[in-house]
Design a protein around this ligand. Structure first.
Ligand SMILES: *Cc1c(COP(=O)(O)O)cnc(C)c1O
Length: 385
């Protein structure tokens, strides 16, 4: 097969399966409204759960950071790109989450790739929840370690897999809140299973951090669990982008030696670190608590109303509220139905989710008003008929 034939075949297969991905160009995609081609839609597809992407104090912090530091960091943190702004953010994160150290990464995807690549060798084993994010499973697949997957949230199966003989070290991997189902992992049970075999636990709390628990400390803190490796990301609740790994002193020093995504990549712009520190200050404040309460009110309102509608969902208590349509074309037609009524929601299809579970992945945020939630339910009612 020639190169061109290979590419054409792959594209044709995607089209035939109603799974061809395109990007929508938007004028604005985060906040209460999504604006596209001059039209305004109520936005149920962004991960900006607390509405912080549009927060005036955080926007101003980014501007002031740019005035002070310029727009770029100028290099890897190992050369000249680790500024006082980066250090201040790392220290604030470590203090907030109760870890000795935090290391910043440019994205959650990079953090997961880097940590797994740096830690795992060929005699080792990764045991990951089957529904873990693509960045985790792909890193695990690329690593020389053995990869085993346990049934979603099944601590018993995790224990069984960890009990099998292994010459090296074992790493149990899960998320705090799952990105496509919105449900939470039973972290205490998972950690107990890991501890029995001296395995370490890695929790990626991309969707819980900032949004759940006291001062927004996330899923692990809420469940009183302290994983050896905690990944937090800033593209969701923090309203910006970037990520951090929270860990011990020695693991941080180890990652600084061996995490290639840190060593061979330009660090995040210092102005972004300034903005993220401002975002963290809001998250920890009374205003952050008000935003979380407002979001929780929307979640309860939506779930209560959804019970009257003939849709399958998950037991998500989070801002991620899936409405499972089953086949791809039904998911797409639901999304179209909402769009006609002025609401923006994304249809998520396999391979992002398991076959037969194409869905609308609705996200509720503190930027919404109660009437937005009511209008969403009404639109689902009409579009589902
Ligand atoms: C979004 C997400 C990531 C990727 O984070 P980015 O900062 O967007 O690269 C990683 N893990 C999970 C669970 C996510 O939901």
């Amino acid at each position: 097969m020639t190169w061109q034939a290979r590419i054409n075949t792959a594209l044709d297969e995607r089209r035939a399966a109603d799974a061809f991905r395109v990007r929508n160009v938007v004028e604005k995609g985060a906040g209460r409204f999504l604006i596209r081609e001059g039209r305004r839609f109520c936005n149920f597809s962004s991960n900006d759960y607390l509405g912080l992407s549009q927060h005036p104090a955080i926007v101003r912090a980014w501007q002031q950071g740019a005035e002070r530091y310029g727009v770029g960091s100028g290099g890897s943190g190992h050369v000249s790109g680790y500024t006082t702004a980066h250090r201040a953010l790392e220290e604030a994160l470590a203090d907030w989450l109760g870890y000795p150290r935090a290391l910043l990464f440019i994205s959650g995807f990079a953090a997961n790739q880097a940590v797994i690549a740096a830690l795992m060798g060929k005699d080792d084993r990764i045991v990951a929840d089957r529904l873990s994010h693509a960045s985790l499973l792909e890193a695990a697949n690329l690593s020389p370690a053995q990869l085993r997957r346990f049934a979603h949230n099944d601590a018993g199966q995790l224990a069984t897999l960890l009990d099998k003989p292994c010459d090296g070290q074992q790493l149990a991997v899960t998320e705090g809140v799952f990105s496509m189902d919105g449900d939470s992992a039973p972290l205490a049970a998972l950690q107990e299973a890991a501890k029995r075999q001296n395995a370490w636990l890695l929790v990626d709390d991309a969707h819980g951090i900032g949004v759940m628990g006291e001062e927004g400390r996330g899923s692990a803190h809420l469940q009183n669990v302290k994983p050896e490796l905690l990944i937090v990301t800033f593209g969701k609740g923090f309203g910006a982008s970037g990520a951090a790994v929270l860990c011990s002193e020695s693991v941080a020093d180890y990652l600084l030696q061996f995490a290639r995504h840190l060593i061979y990549s330009t660090s995040m712009p210092p102005a972004q670190a300034v903005a993220l520190s401002a975002s963290l200050a809001v998250i920890r404040s009374a205003e952050g608590e008000e935003r979380r309460q407002r979001l929780n009110g929307h979640i309860a309102r939506f779930r209560e109303a959804l019970r009257a509608l003939p849709f399958r969902t998950t037991d998500s208590q989070s801002a991620i509220q899936p409405v499972i349509a089953g086949d791809n074309s039904r998911a797409l037609s639901l999304a179209d139905g909402l769009r006609e009524r002025g609401m923006w929601a994304t249809a998520i299809r396999p391979p992002t989710v398991p076959a037969g579970t194409a869905r609308l992945r609705l996200t509720l945020t503190a930027a919404h008003e109660a009437q937005d939630i009511d209008a969403l339910v009404e639109a689902l009612h009409v579009a589902g008929q």
